[in-house]
Design a protein around this ligand. Structure first.
Ligand code: ZN
Length: 280
């Protein structure tokens, strides 16, 4: 890997599993909705194949169970499969025991389908919070080498203290942390990826990732969801704020990603770690 490359990550989940949808739909309604995860995931696989990059796909165990061929195709194309848990449940709704059960279940399913050792984890909605030492203990117990559960958010106030907490090796037990990059405008830091990518003009994300590549504060890292490349997904009546978060810019994601892939070379986290000799 040369020094100009960044990391591309995907959270493989259904459009109706996004956190901003959950409060507006009953479980019964959610269970009746059609699966569309293959649509966006296959678009991403095509884009990556066309531009020659690799990516880490954080896959939900419950999605992998229903779409094993899709997960096998991800691996066959040279990408990494990592865990996004079994169900899409934020960490604060877990106990250490329920989290352990959810994580180990996902690792078993993903390992059986891919034939690979699963070494990475990303929590639902980047939901790591203060005083979660148990989180790293459970990751370690399950053989996880790296985590990607902390992202800067415009709605999160404790990012900096959490970041220094996570970097404290006594607390994280030596697990590597791969946070999504942010844009440093001096007076404000803006998150990169997902809904922010859809909301911003293209040049702002490109500027932030180029800044991250140049400064190497942390590994330059981008993330997206398959449903963000699926403008034809069923629409739900949500609060005005969640309507904006979920549906803004869906029709332009693919075009923007094509520009991103033609400007930046991407690799998976596993490849990045191996190129840095973190992990053999
Ligand atoms: Zn997710």
């Amino acid at each position: 890997m040369n020094s100009s490359e960044a990391i591309f990550t995907v959270d493989v989940e259904e459009y109706f599993q996004a956190e901003n949808i959950q409060d507006s739909l009953s479980k019964q309604k959610i269970a009746s909705l059609p699966s569309r995860v293959e649509i966006g995931t296959r678009k991403l696989l095509d884009l990556l194949a066309h531009h020659g990059g690799t990516a880490t796909f954080f896959v939900l165990g419950c999605v992998a169970e229903k779409h094993p061929c899709l997960i096998k195709d991800i691996v066959q194309a040279g990408h990494e499969v990592a865990s996004h848990g079994y169900e899409h449940i934020p960490l604060h709704k877990h106990t250490p025991t329920s989290f352990d059960a959810d994580l180990s279940r996902s690792i078993k399913i993903l390992g059986d389908i891919t034939g690979q050792t699963i070494i990475g984890y990303r929590a639902t909605s980047f939901s790591i919070a203060p005083n979660m030492e148990w989180f790293f203990s459970v990751l370690k117990k399950n053989g996880i080498v790296y985590d990607s559960s902390l992202s800067l958010s415009l709605f999160r106030k404790n990012y900096r203290s959490l970041w220094s907490d996570i970097l404290s090796s006594q607390k994280n037990l030596g697990i590597l942390e791969f946070p999504p990059s942010y844009i440093n405008l001096g007076f404000i830091r803006l998150p990169i990826g997902g809904g922010y990518f859809r909301a911003y003009p293209y040049w702002l994300t490109k500027y932030g990732l180029s800044q991250s590549i140049a400064q190497r504060r942390t590994p330059p890292l981008f993330y997206i969801h398959p449903w963000e490349l699926d403008p034809s997904q069923p629409r739900f009546s949500l609060s005005p704020f969640n309507l904006m978060r979920h549906y803004m810019g869906l029709s332009s994601t693919e075009t923007k990603l094509k520009r991103l892939f033609s400007n930046i070379e991407f690799a998976s986290i596993r490849k990045y770690i191996m190129s840095q000799h973190y992990y053999a």
